[in-house]
Design a binder for this molecule. Structure first.
Ligand code: HEC
Length: 284
C-alpha cells in the first residue's frame, strides 16, 4: 500500500496539473466559442495533461479500498476476502472485467456494487442500511463503495471488457437494459438514445459516446469507469454515472444497486466488449 506521504505528494502534483490545465481550457473557450475543433483539441490536450496515474487522486481510493477489503467488519467480524466476485472466492484479478454477471448463490445477475453489498450482508453480516442510504461520497464524507470499486476495478486494469451473455438470465437482463436504453420518459421525453444513439453527437464542446451499437467510443467510455471526476473531487462509479444521467433526464433517481442500473450497465458493456479497462481513470 502507498504511504500517506506519497498520497499527499500525489494530491500536490494533481493540484498543480489541474491549475495549469484549467488555465489552458479557459483561454481556449474565451477565444474560440465558434470554433469547435479548437475546443475539442484543447479538451483533448487537457485530458492528456490529467491522464497521469501519479496525478490521479483516484489511486488514493484504490489504497483505501485495499485496506477495507481485508478489514474484519460486521457481526461476523470477518473481512471480505472470501467474497466471490465471479472468479472464485477472493479472486480479484479480472473479476471486474466480467461484471455484471450471473451468480448462482444469489440466483441473480449482479454488477460489482450489488455483489459487494451482497457479500457484506452474507459474508460479514454487515448492516448495509447506511451505505444504501448514502452510497456516494460528498463534501467531508467518504464512500466505502467508491473505495472498494476503485480497488477491485484496478485489478482488471489492462484487461478487456467481456459480456458473453452465456446465462439465460444475463440475456434476459441485457434485453431489459436495451429496452430501458430506448425508453423515452419524463418531462423532456428523452431516452438514453436521444443523446447516446448516434455517432459524433456533442453537447456544446462535450463529445457524447455512442452506446446503441458496438463501437470504439463505447469501448473507451466503459473502459474508463470508475473515474476520478475533477469537477466533483471524487472517484465515481458506473452506479453514480447512470444516476447522474437519469437526473439530467429529469427522471426519478434510480435505486442504488437496483436491477435497472445493472441491466443498463450490462447493455452498455455488451456494446463496449473488447474495450480495454484503464481504471481508475481521471476526467472532468
Ligand atoms: C440530455 C442528454 C443525455 C441523456 C438523455 C443521457 N446522457 Fe449520458 N451523458 C450525457 C453527457 C453530457 C455526458 C458526459 C459526457 C462527458 O463528460 O464526456 C454523459 C455521459 C454518460 C456516460 C459516461 C461517458 C464517459 O465516457 O464518461 C455514460 C455511461 C452515459 N452517459 C450513459 C447514459 C445512459 C445509460 C443514459 C440513459 C439512462 C444516458 N446516458 C442519458 C448526456 C446524456
Amino acid at each position: 500500500m502507498r504511504s500517506k506521504a506519497i498520497g499527499a505528494a500525489l494530491l500536490g502534483v494533481g493540484a498543480i496539473a489541474l491549475t495549469l490545465s484549467f488555465t489552458g481550457l479557459g483561454s481556449a473557450q474565451d477565444g474560440s466559442n465558434t470554433n469547435s475543433s479548437t475546443s475539442a483539441a484543447e479538451i483533448e490536450r487537457y485530458r492528456k495533461m490529467i491522464d497521469d496515474p501519479m496525478a490521479n487522486p483516484g489511486f488514493l481510493n484504490v489504497d483505501r479500498g485495499e485496506a477495507l477489503w481485508s478489514e474484519a467488519r460486521g457481526e461476523k467480524n470477518v473481512s471480505l476476502e472470501t467474497c466471490d466476485l465471479g472468479e472464485g472466492p477472493g479472486v480479484l484479478d479480472g473479476a471486474y472485467a466480467k461484471l455484471p454477471r450471473y451468480f448462482k448463490d444469489a440466483d441473480q445477475v449482479m454488477d460489482l456494487e450489488q455483489r459487494l453489498l451482497w457479500c457484506m450482508e452474507k459474508v460479514q453480516a454487515f448492516d448495509t442500511k447506511g451505505i444504501r442510504a448514502k452510497p456516494f461520497s460528498g463534501p467531508g464524507r467518504g464512500s466505502d463503495m467508491e473505495d472498494l470499486v476503485a480497488f477491485i476495478a484496478n485489478k482488471s486494469s489492462g484487461m478487456k471488457i467481456e459480456a458473453p451473455l452465456a446465462h439465460p438470465k444475463e440475456k434476459e437482463l441485457y434485453e431489459i437494459g436495451e429496452a430501458l436504453f430506448f425508453r423515452r420518459s419524463a418531462v423532456m421525453d428523452f431516452s438514453c438514445a436521444t443523446c447516446h444513439g448516434a455517432a459524433n453527437k456533442r453537447i456544446r464542446t462535450t463529445d457524447l459516446p455512442q452506446f446503441d451499437v458496438p463501437n470504439k467510443s463505447a469501448q473507451a467510455s466503459m473502459g474508463s469507469w470508475p473515474t476520478y471526476r475533477v469537477s466533483q473531487s471524487a472517484t465515481r462509479t458506473m452506479q453514480h454515472r447512470l444516476w447522474d444521467c437519469y437526473r439530467q433526464m429529469r427522471m426519478p433517481a434510480p435505486g442504488y444497486g437496483s436491477e435497472a442500473v445493472t441491466a443498463i450497465t450490462l447493455y452498455l458493456n455488451k456494446n463496449a466488449e473488447g474495450g480495454e479497462l484503464k481504471v481508475p481513470s481521471i476526467k472532468r
